[in-house]
Ligand binder design. Structure first.
Ligand SMILES: Cc1cc2nc3c(=O)[nH]c(=O)nc-3n(C[C@H](O)[C@H](O)[C@H](O)COP(=O)(O)OP(=O)(O)OC[C@H]3O[C@@H](n4cnc5c(N)ncnc54)[C@H](O)[C@@H]3O)c2cc1C
Length: 219
């Protein structure tokens, strides 16, 4: 897929929680594979940041799910830009996409995310409605389940570390240990580096081959 720089208009900024929002951009002829990311820059500034694409491949817009970081620069600035402002996007980048073919045993996908690490999985799952998957999403509070209604009910497993609900209370590693690690699955992990490393270690200790584990680190 050809990489290019596009100047894309902001169509909408929709708050999902008080700190997380969807930045909706004009798509024009920007193409990508579900799971990939782009690099976004506000024209005239030199503060580019990577963002995974949240919307599915066929969507008429490019949606990004962004967490406003209190001490951050770009994630805060983007939230207050005006609809109609043009931003610079480059890409697509990355190899965090579905494998071309799965062998006979491995037809199931397990997606593990923390926070906005859910974004590439949202794109992958909505782009491939027939996929057999489980998605394990670690957050602090219940409201950070974001748009969990996009996923099949029994496939989405919310893990909250600081709030009790009907869901699993604890971290994604605790969830995996409690519910067991499927040997017939390919694993995709996305989020902060500590979680990605911990889950990778746990999977490898459980006999999952490194070639059946893919990772994307946000920070
Ligand atoms: C491949 C890739 C894809 C990414 N996709 C997304 C995405 O879909 N959504 C998204 O919100 N971010 C994503 N990020 C992170 C994003 O690029 C920025 O780092 C983030 O928006 C913070 O930028 P900032 O300028 O506001 O803060 P900065 O000043 O650059 O960083 C401040 C601090 O914020 C922390 N931080 C960075 N990202 C996060 C986060 N998501 N949650 C909690 N703490 C964080 C880090 O510790 C960092 O040191 C991605 C990063 C990579 C490498």
């Amino acid at each position: 897929m050809k990489k290019k720089i596009t100047y894309s208009k902001i169509l909408e900024i929709k708050n999902i929680t008080e700190s997380t929002y969807i930045l909706r951009l004009e798509k024009a002829d920007f193409e990508f594979k579900a799971g990939q990311y782009l690099v976004l820059n506000v024209p005239g500034e030199y503060k580019a940041r990577e963002y995974s694409i949240y919307s599915p491949e066929e969507s008429p817009t490019i949606d990004l799910l962004i967490k406003e970081i209190e001490t951050g620069e770009v994630s805060r600035e983007l939230k207050y830009l005006k609809v109609g402002t043009k931003v610079e996007i480059t890409g697509p980048f990355g190899f965090f996409v579905l494998r071309d073919s799965l062998n006979e045993q491995l037809k199931h996908y397990t997606f593990v995310a923390t926070g906005t690490g859910i974004s590439p999985f949202h794109s992958i799952i909505l782009s491939n409605p027939e996929l057999d998957y489980d998605i394990i999403h670690g957050v602090k509070y219940l409201k950070e389940g974001y748009e969990s209604g996009s996923f099949k009910n029994d496939c989405y497993h919310l893990c909250t570390s600081r709030e009790h609900g009907e869901n699993y209370h604890g971290r994604v590693t605790g969830y995996l240990k409690k519910h067991g690690i499927r040997k017939d699955s390919v694993y995709y992990i996305c989020g902060n580096s500590a979680m990605v490393n911990e889950v990778t270690e746990l999977l490898e200790e459980s006999g999952i081959l490194p070639s059946d584990i893919r990772t994307e680190v946000f920070f």
